[in-house]
Ligand binder design. Structure first.
Ligand SMILES: C[S@@+](CC[C@H](N)C(=O)[O-])C[C@H]1O[C@@H](n2cnc3c(N)ncnc32)[C@H](O)[C@@H]1O
Length: 220
């Protein structure tokens, strides 16, 4: 794997090898068949942290395949450990900061994408690093199925405002939106993330949107 080793990680990586993808670009276009050995729909979480959300989805939906992408070694090892302890067969982790996820996923390969509590990068000069920047939306559109969606949760008002604007400017169709997800009837509140739990304990409201990156037929 192409990441910096943290102390004591080598043995953990060895033990959790079945959950870690060493060369994700090589599986481009062949994920479900080669990495999972089936033809189930594939879902992706960018910046999955310690994996609470993606492993819970995998547990609830054995009929789908899941990939968590997480760049911090100490953190993705926690996620892989969680999948291992739950004995999950339908989740894998890419241990990298992916700048160009479309290098790893082919056209129409992914059925849905999750962005949960993405780093806000508050300085304007870092806007391009936000995972909801239009440059990332362009990446996601390259591999999402036409009916695929992007679901985004955050506690951060500025990032949410920025993101709504980016999705709109991009020509995305916003299908669901809430400035208080847990006060709403939306199903997206059912499976929570580590950060979501923490922010809720602190009394913060969670903002949420789900969008299709495909323009409505006839609107282009
Ligand atoms: C604020 S944390 C949220 C973690 C988790 N989604 C949650 O809600 O509990 C954001 C995570 O995204 C990871 N991350 C940010 N950009 C990434 C990228 N381009 N590729 C992979 N991981 C990324 C960071 O390392 C960090 O662990």
């Amino acid at each position: 794997m192409r990441y910096r080793r943290v102390k004591g990680a080598t043995e953990k990586i060895e033990r959790l090898r079945e959950y870690l993808v060493a060369a994700p670009e090589e599986l481009r276009g062949r994920w479900s068949r080669e990495a999972f050995g089936n033809d189930h729909p594939l879902f992706l979480e960018m910046g999955c942290g310690k994996g609470k959300f993606v492993t819970e989805l995998a547990r609830r939906h054995p009929e789908y395949n899941y990939i968590g992408v997480e760049g911090q070694e100490r953190v993705f090892l926690r996620a892989a450990q969680r999948a291992h302890e739950a004995g999950l067969k339908n989740v894998l982790f890419i241990g990298e900061f992916l700048q160009h996820p479309s290098d790893c996923f082919a056209k129409d390969e992914v059925s849905g994408l999750y962005l949960n509590f993405s780093d806000p990068w508050p300085k304007a000069r870092h806007a391009k690093r936000r995972l909801t920047h239009r440059r990332y939306l362009e990446e996601y559109r390259r591999f999402l199925k036409p009916e695929g969606t992007v679901a985004f949760k955050t506690d951060n008002d500025d990032l949410f405002e920025f993101s709504v604007e980016e999705f709109r400017e991009f020509g995305a169709r916003i299908l669901e939106i809430s400035w208080d997800l847990h006060g709403s009837p939306l199903k997206a509140k059912e499976v929570t993330t580590e950060y979501e739990e923490k922010f809720r304990e602190w009394g913060k409201t969670i903002k949420y949107l789900k969008a299709s990156l495909e323009p409505e037929a006839g609107s282009q």
